[in-house]
Design a protein around this ligand. Structure first.
Ligand code: DC
Length: 222
């Protein structure tokens, strides 16, 4: 590869996109762009202002006034909203519940897609999202689509939560993931799809390093 490429990774919730994207970016000396964090930041902003999740003049005004900024501290993406680090708040259960609906709003998507293109336009980014290879960067040099069974995704989520001291049953997690899948796949605005020319990897039975190895091989071979 001569110019630093844009690499996109899409897939449903719990398909391991963020860990994979972070690892791949580190191995290649690229920057990881977590686009989901930006949808979460807008969601938090709406919640803090007590605004309904719908298109409105107030929403347009909010989008034109907020200052969303990604900064990299010790190699980790931190999300700043109006100069406040909100990286932790955007992972709350409340934000996670509301974010799919916010991500369905056209004005929010238009605003964030423009920001994301601006951030990664020079290349050297691994972009993780739902529309990274289909809408944000349809001409990306490398596109991946990750999938895994509902069971495998729920088990991973359970393990991640247990590490944070949160115990949630597998059935509840499956239901939650299923609900988010339905919202992400069926929404009118930029639904989750396998982008044209994306390389699909079902990682139900792969470790992160096995999967990253497959991806790096594909990148280096082309
Ligand atoms: O990857 P995540 O769980 O942080 O994503 C949060 C939500 O944002 C999820 O419901 C899908 C949505 N999203 C999106 O619509 N487009 C993106 N590029 C990234 C995330």
């Amino acid at each position: 590869m001569s110019r630093k490429a844009v690499i996109t990774i899409d897939g449903p919730a719990g398909s391991g996109k963020s860990t994979t994207a972070r690892t791949l970016a580190r191995n290649l000396g690229y920057t990881y762009l977590d686009t989901g964090a930006m949808y979460r930041a807008v969601t938090l902003s709406l919640m803090e202002k007590g605004m309904p999740i719908e298109e409105s003049d107030d929403l347009e005004e909010l989008l034109s006034s907020i200052h969303l900024d990604l900064r990299y501290i010790d190699g980790e993406q931190h999300t700043f909203l109006n100069d406040k680090d909100i990286s932790r708040e955007i992972r709350s259960v409340e934000v996670t519940r509301a974010v799919s609906s916010v991500a369905g709003l056209r004005s929010v998507r238009q605003y964030l897609v423009a920001e994301q293109r601006q951030i990664a336009r020079k290349g050297g980014y691994v972009v993780d999202g739902r529309d990274a290879g289909s809408v944000i960067f349809p001409d990306a040099e490398f596109k991946f689509f990750l999938t895994a069974s509902l069971e495998a995704r729920a088990k991973r989520r359970q393990k991640d939560l247990a590490e944070q001291g949160v115990e949630i049953g597998l059935d509840e997690l499956k239901m939650e993931l299923h609900r988010r899948d339905e919202q992400d796949y069926s929404r009118l605005e930029s639904p989750l799809v396998k982008p044209a020319n994306a390389f699909e990897i079902d990682n139900s039975h792969l470790s992160v390093s096995e999967q990253v190895e497959i991806m790096e091989k594909r990148i280096k071979e082309s």
